[in-house]
Design a protein around this ligand. Structure first.
Ligand SMILES: [Cu+2]
Length: 754
């Protein structure tokens, strides 16, 4: 081999070795893992102080149960029926705001930790519901009956919420005692075999306080049964605590009413019943099935955090470089947020969901009477485990919640709350300039989201609290899941759209109420409205012409009556909580309330049960904060709406609201006329409502300008350099392998099947 060829071979070998080394190095670089979760430093004492808002731990719940069991004649709640005495639920009892603020802000004493224990006394001469405060935790030493103090009266037992055993007893009563009174009808029309029906219960039952009369609408017992009505509905009088006294005063079938199953049987045999037979569907529900119609392809896009998250969750406290808040799950009302601060300044003391109601219309009895108030069922209790990658981003932080309801033991709902950063792929703000000089400045839209999802029967509500980089807080609820349907007969199309052979998607509303205790620049605030008008004036430089000049209209809304905006009232376009202090420009520092709502009318005020949901009268009402007005409604309003335990309308009594501690009650919602595309499930897109709390002269400029995520470069800059433009680093830094945990799901464990 000549020396030249040897040299070429040598060079080639060296090049190959170099190339291999490069590949190995690059591979090593590519296979490196993304930044681990970066804890954000916290003022430890402050963090611990916010435990004052924490939900009860499982251990604390057990202590409360043990304490009460020794002192009250109680049976095991998991085995209880309505005629027993039992603990219905245990939750935390948050101390008074005054005490909390003394503790948080002025080094005052830590208020004692207390629980609220609600006991159903069904086995007493006068059955009743009693609410106790039990404390101090962790080792209780006292319990006080706070029922009258809280509600101004005792709670009648007929107003109690429905417990799972009552649902079960109704089913058994119908199957074992009532359906058998019409054996020929049930067999020939439905092929009824004792287990091929599923039912839902319309609430409230009846027309006046005292009774429990519920229409049960029957469906084929298949997946997505809500879309398979059979045309059979039964009125059950379950007022008595003794099941053997229960009755069926009315039966409805396919537009016809009967006084009993025996009458239905007799008329059926005499061929005096108009029958519309429904074809049985397979157990997967056929058109109502959620089974994919096409085989799965690859997974879609997912959110990637190359540097780890910019937030930190510790105990009941969430922090980001700009935001911090505490949270707890309430068994009935879902997520409550407390002490929401932006740049360490408190903006909101409490932000909480109060209730979500649905009022239905139909030409079938169950549908026409349905007025569901979801807090009575439990919007925390029915917040189940979230599915990674669908319910929340795969890499979100998942948190557990614990409840004690209708049970002696606490029940943990694993991964039922999620926290994540959301990049919506749009600019939060940006400007491109080729005017005067050439530059670009922008900020990607990135927000912190806290979410839980509640499924009560057919519907799923996705509740979001979103924290934006400019100090805005957004509350958004999206509806999905199954619609409830009625059996299509006669003039059914006046009440909705036909969505299947015998299925009427019935018209209804979703109306949601929030409590927002804003503390803008301190506890004392006023409510101010800004809007616009046109004034007609002579043109200053030419009096022969008139111009219509736009002008600001400013008004202080100084009383509760002026601050209560009914559903159809015109509302000022800018309405805000104003502090006593001013910003650099001399304006009162404020936070705007901006609503996003397409609500239908809640219920005419002359309806005898309207007072129970009278918060629905107002899209916004601002009241003076009172400890004795903690909620706009009560869980007992569902079953006794005619004598409501809490009537929100009474909160508005024209008190002065200038320079006071104020609470905003915000109602948002939408009218839902189900249509073909609600089958099999309603989609969240556009079925979303809520509100924003936005700074209005609170700062001296837009605080998002301080965001380290901002991007700015000019034509003179080397915008490909990481030092100038952090986005330019992404191809390198985001080439890491995400730290994705394996997919797990614990939502089916220890689940009670309803
Ligand atoms: Cu709906």
């Amino acid at each position: 081999m000549n020396p030249k060829a040897l040299l070429v071979l040598l060079i080639l070998a060296l090049v190959t070795i170099f190339a291999l080394v490069c590949v190995l190095v690059t591979r090593k670089e590519k296979s490196s893992h993304c930044g681990a979760k970066s804890p954000i430093s916290l003022d430890r004492s402050q963090k611990n102080k916010n435990m004052i808002f924490a939900a009860l731990s499982a251990e604390e719940m057990v202590q409360v149960v043990k304490y009460l069991q020794l002192r009250l004649p109680l049976v095991d709640a998991s085995q209880a029926v309505s005629s027993n005495n039992f603990i219905h639920y245990v939750d935390v009892n948050i101390p008074r705001k005054e005490e909390v603020l003394k503790f948080l802000d002025h080094d005052g004493p830590r208020p004692p930790r207390q629980a609220l224990a609600v006991v159903y006394f069904g086995n007493q001469l006068e059955p009743n519901v009693t609410e106790y405060v039990v404390g101090p935790l962790p080792v209780p030493a006292y319990h006080w009956d706070v029922t009258v103090q809280k509600y101004g009266k005792k709670i009648s037992y007929h107003g109690r919420t429905l417990i799972l055993s009552e649902f079960g007893d109704i089913e058994t009563f119908l199957v074992e005692k009532k359906f058998i009174e019409a054996p020929t009808f049930m067999d020939q029309v439905f092929g009824h075999n004792g287990s091929n029906f599923e039912g839902i219960l319309a609430l409230p039952g009846g027309f006046q306080s005292g009774g429990r009369y519920s229409w049960i609408t029957l469906f084929q017992n298949v997946k997505g049964f809500f879309l398979h009505p059979l045309g059979l509905e039964v009125l059950v009088d379950h007022s008595s605590l003794n099941v053997s006294d229960w009755k069926v005063p009315k039966v409805f079938y396919n537009g016809q009413y009967f006084n009993s199953f025996a009458e239905l049987e007799e008329k059926f045999k005499a061929k005096r019943v108009i029958v519309t037979k429904v074809k049985p569907v397979s157990s997967d529900g056929g058109f109502s099935s959620l089974h994919p119609r096409t085989p799965p392809l690859r997974s879609g896009s997912f959110y990637h955090e190359p540097f780890g998250p910019h937030y930190n969750v510790r105990n009941n406290q969430v922090t980001t470089p700009t935001w911090s808040f505490a949270f707890r799950m309430d068994v009935h009302r879902g997520l409550h947020l407390y002490d929401i601060r932006f740049k360490d300044q408190r903006i909101v003391y409490e932000l909480s969901v109060q209730d979500a109601i649905s009022i239905y219309g139909s030409n079938s009895p169950g549908g026409m009477l349905t007025r569901y108030m979801d807090a009575s069922f439990g919007m925390g209790r029915f917040a189940h485990s979230l599915v990674r990658g669908v319910d929340c981003p795969y890499s979100a932080t998942y948190l557990d919640a614990v409840y004690l309801i209708e049970n002696l033991k606490p029940e943990v709902h694993n991964n039922s709350i999620c926290v994540f950063e959301q990049n919506t792929g749009t600019p939060f703000r940006r400007h491109f300039s080729n005017f005067q000089s050439v530059y670009y400045g922008g900020l990607a839209s990135s927000a912190l989201v806290m979410r839980f999802i509640v499924t009560i029967g057919n519907y799923d509500y996705v509740w979001n609290f979103i924290f934006h980089p400019n100090g805005a807080i957004e509350s958004k609820v999206q509806a999905t899941g199954y619609i409830i349907s009625s059996f299509l007969h006669s003039d059914g199309l006046d009440y909705g759209n036909r969505v299947a052979d015998h299925t009427l998607g019935t018209i209804h509303t979703h109306v949601i109420n929030y409590r927002v205790d804003l503390d803008v620049g301190g506890i004392k605030n006023s409510l101010v409205a800004n809007d616009m008008t046109f004034e007609t004036v002579n043109t200053p430089w030419n009096p022969n012409h008139k111009i219509r000049r736009m002008k600001l209209v400013k008004k202080v809304l100084d009383t509760e009556d002026k601050a209560a905006f009914r559903h159809n009232d015109k509302m000022p376009r800018y309405i805000y909580f104003a502090a006593n202090s001013t910003n650099k420009w001399g304006h009162k520092r404020g936070y705007l309330i901006q609503m996003i709502s397409y609500a239908g009318d809640h219920l005419p005020e002359e309806d005898p049960m309207e007072r129970a949901i009278s918060w629905g009268r107002y899209k916004l009402a601002v009241t003076r904060r009172k400890e004795e007005e903690p909620c706009s409604t009560s869980i007992y309003n569902q079953n006794d709406p005619w004598t409501p335990t809490v009537a929100f309308a009474d909160f508005i009594d024209n008190e002065t609201i200038v320079d006071e501690d104020l609470v905003a009650w915000i109602t948002t919602g939408f009218l839902h006329i189900p249509h073909a595309e609600d089958i099999p499930n309603t989609v969240t897109l556009a079925n979303a409502v809520g509100f924003l709390l936005r700074p209005y002269n609170y700062f001296d400029n837009d605080p998002s300008i301080d965001s380290p995520d901002s991007v700015f470069f000019t034509d003179k800059d080397d915008f490909n350099s990481c030092e100038i433009n952090h986005i330019a680093c992404l191809p390198k830094t985001a080439a890491c392998v995400p730290n994705l945990p394996p997919f797990t799901y614990e939502g089916f464990q220890n689940l009670s099947i309803l």
